[in-house]
Design a binder for this molecule. Sequence first.
Ligand code: PPS
Length: 567
Amino acid sequence: MITPYGGVLCELLAQEGRVADLKMESLSFDSIDLSSRQICDLELLLNGGFSPLQGFMTQEDYESVLDQNRLKNGMVWPLPITLDISEEKAKSISIHDRISLRDQEGCLLAILSVEEIWEIDKKREAQELFGTIDEAHRGVKSLYQKTNTHYIGGKLEGIQLPVHYDYKMLRLPPAEVRIKFKQLGWRRVVAFQTNTPLHRAEQEMTLNAIKSLDANLLLHPAVGLTKPADKDFHARIRCFIEIEKKYPSNRIMLSLLPFATKNGGQKEDLLQGIIRRNYGCCYYMSISGGRKSDSFSFVQSDNSNNNLSELFDQYENEVGIKKIPAKEMLYVEDKAQYLPIEEIVQGEKTRQVSDKELRRRLVEGLQISEWFSPSEVIRELRELYRSKDKQGITIFFTGLSGAGKSTIANVLLVKLLEMRGRPVTLLDGDIVRKNLSSELGFSKGHRDINVKRIGFVASEITKNGGIAICAPIAPYKNTREYNRALISRYGKYVEVHVSTPLEVCEKRDRKGLYAKAKAGLIKGFTGIDDPYELPESPELKLDTSALSPEEAAQEVLLYLENNGYIK
Ligand code: PPS
């Protein structure tokens, strides 16, 4: 029977006294500010997750990993763990230098003793790692576009682990996880890697696996490249917290792994296994990518057409962790239980919900049954995929001066406030010019800044589930499209072209500005000597020469109601 890996953890954090010395010495060192991806690698190096590595790889290790999935000392290691720097930086650093590695706020994390600096042969790396040099592959694209030109390798001395303010209790380093396993008397642990929330099918699948192996479960999602302010991330973690409660409490532990994907297919899967071995697990199981949109089958990560387990199978004895297959389970309606596919008798009615269907139901606010997922998990997902009537909305009026934007916006504001439900904010042109953009004039550059500021504030309101009503002239198409793209990431964007003809606006001329512009007293006036670029496909077009303000506002409400955004 397989036993947990007894190998020594290479934790690279310096002892307390040494840390004080290093901090003093580092005052004269050059610094590298690490990207979030590099910080993930550094964390796993410092906390022992990447044992036996003692620093960022030198060229010999790197070449050996590319050539034969092994470090130069012969140990299995499938992917390079390297630190990339720019050519300019590479020129300013010499071998034997010591370099401070800092996070994005400048906080000192570690000291690197430079052993080697070399230029990356990206073509070779792409070919060896991803089997292609085609940038359609995410790993290749990232290597070509986001990775610097040089690698710098050498041993590390850690000052402190990267700082996390969120879910501290769930961010256990390998040594602490090992201790917990010991305290709990867990000798056989299956590490389960997933990027997506678990539903009942995956819960049953993992339960089935641990029962058959007489083991326990470490639910160990990789949460590397996520930003603390990312709503998605928090919803995902809360889903894990909720599903954890649905397991027998003595069988499961949830912990977060600071690993940033390297899009490395089979090689990455093996690396993930090695990391879990270092955390004290003896089995490894993974699903990535969720369910296919049209069926229940798990989508294996990334580039490989081969069975994802092949490379793992080849090395598992040497590595000291065994991969177990993720066996799909389906809900059998007649039996009101989940069964592995191979145990389902022909003719038995099974049920499934694809990812696409799940998203549709979440967005439409439709029912999702308990057999598919616990209501607590669905509640968290509903926060993320808010149904249309709970999503934030931006209603963006655009049109000439005097077209009637502000008047309709004010009527709409009152009507929406009457309805209650969501907080509503009016960002009228004049209000914004007074409070947000008082230093700006009417040049193209200033108008762009003004309209983008409105877009930014509206995007924040929309993100947080409110309604933003905006009413600037916003004469330029590109800036409007910029706002549309920004805001649509967070909720519904409704462009309303207030298309009242120029002649009508001129005739109204409530502020007397058209007369002044025509007399040449104001320069660059929209519609007179500055362009108004017509919206190509606004959600609504309203001409106030034919509609009263109430009628125009009613059109907007009808649009929102017909499309499910208000009830
Ligand atoms: S923009 O282009 O979107 O930044 O304009 P906006 O912030 O909506 O400001 C438009 C109001 O400013 C007054 N005003 C001018 N408008 C257009 N062109 C020039 N040169 C200009 N100078 C001053 C004008 O009264 C607009 O008010 P509304 O409410 O639209 O009539």
